[in-house]
Design a protein around this ligand. Structure first.
Ligand code: SF4
Length: 341
């Protein structure tokens, strides 16, 4: 069982504390000291009896913390944090400022095993899953830098649905009114397309948002860019997302990274539009960001707008995302680029 108290949702903490002291209301104090007041030492949680604190520490329970190894700020005010966990695992998160609206893009794993061809994190390989506490702590670190966090997106290093339980529990912790109290609709979990976990997410009785990385119109194109497409092909992925939209009534965001000569043609746009049309969705187009040893490049001038026009002509709400934080390797697909061997 997890010993890091920061990784416990409130109901799980109540169950644990009821077992240790018979008084589950103490869990509320512990939870809010950790997640609202952001204390990281058990002895600081003075509203709970010393006896209970001693039982917890004697049994090895602790409150994890992260060390910030480096902070970099881009001229566009994007800020990148490099963290080290207690075992030395490193990962990054990014704080974006959009006219005062602060969004934190957090990591769910150290490294990633998905191997997407356009992503620097893939070059690191998989190191380990982050705990719910380590995921939530990235938001608290950003909050110490920005006064108010408006949105959290699980789009940093790693595949959140490959660490499903910890990622969802972190979202539940961030949403809890006894902690940060961030609205569920301001928390987005993204996936490169793990169909089974999308089905689990469809059943989850929470209002969190879903983003799915598509990056191709055709199966063959996606097979070349994303190894996950071999076991989770586009046709089945769109069916799972369609089911998600129908059952939850929620809109999904589709992410599409445009790469010169690979997936930015008119044919890819038309095929992608045909699939996306079936969904209640909006599309984010992102131009490829150079990183590490990746040999791709961004689309030629005018191609991104042409691609967007095709989607819009098909009635799909489409946004072209400005590439923020590129100078500090904090933009999409660039995390970890500086450590790539
Ligand atoms: S794009 Fe996301 S899922 Fe793909 S390798 Fe990078 S971090 Fe992993």
């Amino acid at each position: 069982m997890e010993k890091d108290l920061k990784s416990y949702t409130l109901p799980a903490l109540q169950e644990l504390i009821a077992e240790k002291s018979g008084k589950k209301f103490h869990a509320g104090y512990i939870f809010s000291f950790i997640h609202e007041k952001q204390h990281s030492r058990l002895e600081e949680i003075t509203p709970v009896p010393e006896k209970l604190r001693n039982i917890l520490s004697d049994e090895g329970f602790f409150i994890s913390s992260l060390e910030i190894l480096e902070r970099q700020k881009d001229a566009d005010s994007t800020e990148k944090f490099l963290f080290s966990a207690q075992d030395g695992s490193k990962f990054e998160s990014v704080l974006l400022d959009d006219n005062g609206r602060k969004t934190v893009c957090i990591s769910s794993q150290a490294g990633c095993r998905m191997g997407c061809g356009f992503c620097a994190t893939a070059g690191i390989g998989f190191i380990r899953n982050l705990s719910s506490g380590e995921i939530a702590e990235q938001v608290y670190a950003a909050k110490r830098s920005a006064e108010k966090i408006s949105n959290v997106v699980f789009m940093g290093m790693g595949e959140p649905f490959d660490n499903y339980e910890n990622a969802v529990n972190a979202a539940i912790i961030l949403n809890d009114s006894k902690g940060l109290g961030l609205g569920a609709r301001h928390i987005t979990l993204s996936t490169c397309g793990l169909i089974d976990r999308i089905e689990d997410f469809t059943q989850l009785d929470k209002q969190f948002r879903l983003a799915v990385s598509i990056h191709a119109g055709y199966e063959e194109t996606r097979n070349k860019l994303m190894p996950i497409n071999k076991s989770n092909p586009l046709a089945k992925l769109f069916a799972a997302v369609e089911n998600y939209c129908r059952k939850t009534g929620r809109r999904v965001t589709l992410e599409y990274c445009l790469i010169d000569g690979i997936n930015d043609s008119r044919e890819e746009a038309v095929k992608f539009a045909q699939s996306a049309q079936r969904l209640k969705c909006n599309v984010n187009l992102i131009e490829f960001n150079p990183a590490g040893s990746l040999r791709f490049s961004a689309p030629k001038k005018g191609k991104t707008n042409a691609f967007a026009d095709i989607l819009r002509e098909n009635g799909i709400e489409t946004h072209i995302r400005y590439r923020r934080g590129r100078n500090i390797k904090a933009a999409c697909g660039q995390l970890g680029a500086e450590w790539e061997k």
